[in-house]
Design a protein around this ligand. Structure first.
Ligand code: GDP
Ligand code: MN
Length: 395
């Protein structure tokens, strides 16, 4: 789960990490009010969306007086920001962070992530801060430093000190930098984060070290023990289809394409996405209906896929073990009843490949119902090839 920058900074503050003074604002008046309270010479007005790259996209403004705060706030609230992380459709700004300005001497990069190879948390730092870290990693990987953390010992102070020197902090700031790293690590572990990223971490003209930006991601599987974090969820930032699917217990990830698929089991779902790609299709989603799927959840899944006209074709690829093929067939027929007035047609082609438990019953049900646009495929390969061709021909 993602949260906003201002929320991340509040959490970090509670762990003693140095962050600029600031507060969220939901309206222009509130923005001006917050700026008055800060009383600093420069006030930063920052768009709060669940995406980075705001600086380059005009979502971070430096205001020198209250009039400028007012103008920037009015400009940003309600604006759709398009950054390299939002996709072309962008994200609408509903919240701002009003913060005191900082005197930046140098920008660094600092993060904690879980490294799958070593199965450890790794601290990564770079003297090339404020820019896309992916770019640094690709072009000048020698400028990224890493410290792998023993889960029993935790981040050792010597590792933090070594990182602070590697990044080139001046002597006066070494302890401030290493101290911040230790506190950030405490926050990462304490809140079950999957990512804690500070870009930029800055050295100020006064030789202070502060987190100027903050991004925390949380492990969904650990949210049950952090109700305070779960309460920060901002549903307006999340994919509407994914939210709707989650409410029915469906594992759905929107992939943006037009060939939808309904599969059981994460492995088969990934293989299905791959085979659709192999035949030149653009998968609309990853969907694992899971073992507990009922006709109701299956019908809901069909509606989610079709919602907004995203799916121009649907590939049903079910290997019935725990999932019963007749449940899937019933869900499909129920969905047809909801979607079409006579219950006898689907708005887009549906290729169905069923195998396993109760497959004969399911095939007979589909045959008897004779829903227009629904076709049965014998194999996974043949089915994938067919749905991709049908969608291509329709365009
Ligand atoms: P992002 O682009 O979404 O990652 O947003 P950031 O919070 O990282 O801000 C982008 C850039 O704005 C930073 O790299 C800084 O250069 C600049 N910036 C942010 N806050 C301040 C500030 O208080 N003073 C100054 N001078 N620049 C700032
Ligand atoms: Mn940033």
């Amino acid at each position: 789960m993602n949260i906003h920058e201002y929320q991340s900074k509040e959490i970090l503050r509670s762990y003693g990490v140095a962050v600029p003074k600031g507060k969220a604002a939901f309206s222009v008046e509130e923005a001006v009010e917050n700026a008055k309270e800060l009383g600093s010479n420069v006030v930063v007005v920052k768009a709060q969306i669940h995406a980075g790259g705001r600086g380059k996209a005009g979502g971070v403004k430096l205001a020198k007086n209250l009039d400028e705060v007012k103008n920037f706030a009015a400009e940003l609230l309600g604006k759709v920001l398009v950054t390299h992380q939002t996709g072309p459709e962008g994200k609408k700004v509903h919240r701002l962070l009003i913060e005191e300005g900082s005197n930046i001497k140098k920008e660094f990069y600092l993060s904690f992530v879980i490294d799958r190879q070593t199965a450890r948390v790794v601290m990564m730092g770079s003297p090339e801060g404020g820019v896309e870290i992916e770019k640094v990693a690709a072009e000048t990987p020698e400028k990224i430093f890493k410290e792998y953390i023993d889960p029993v010992i935790g981040l050792a102070p010597f590792q933090a000190t070594r990182m602070a020197y590697a990044l080139g902090f001046p002597q006066e700031a070494i302890r401030k930098a290493s101290g911040l790293m230790l506190k950030l690590y405490a926050a990462f572990v304490g809140k079950d984060c999957s990512l804690a990223e500070i870009n930029p971490l800055v050295l100020t003209a006064e030789d202070d070290v502060i987190a100027l930006d903050a991004k925390l991601n949380f492990d969904d599987s650990a949210l049950f023990r952090h109700p305070d974090i779960a309460a920060l969820r901002d549903e307006t930032e999340e994919d509407a289809k994914e939210l709707r699917a989650a409410k029915s217990g469906l594992n759905y990830v929107n992939l943006g394409g037009n060939v939808a698929c309904m599969v059981n089991g994460a492995g088969l779902a990934m293989a299905t996405v791959d085979i659709l790609k192999h035949f030149g299709g653009e998968p609309a989603n990853f969907l694992d209906v899971g073992g507990a799927s009922t006709p109701e959840t299956t019908a809901e899944a069909f509606q989610i896929m079709l919602d907004g006209g995203q799916a121009q074709g649907i590939f049903v690829n079910i290997f019935g073990g725990i999932v019963k093929c007749d449940n899937i067939a019933k869900g499909l027929l129920d969905a047809a009843k909801i979607i079409s007035p006579d219950g006898k047609s689907f708005p887009v082609p549906v290729v169905v490949r069923l195998e396993g438990t109760n497959v004969d019953i399911a095939r007979q049900m589909l045959k008897d119902a004779a829903v227009e646009n629904v076709m049965v495929a014998e194999t996974m390969e043949g089915g994938a090839e067919k749905i991709v061709r049908l969608v291509k021909n329709a365009n």
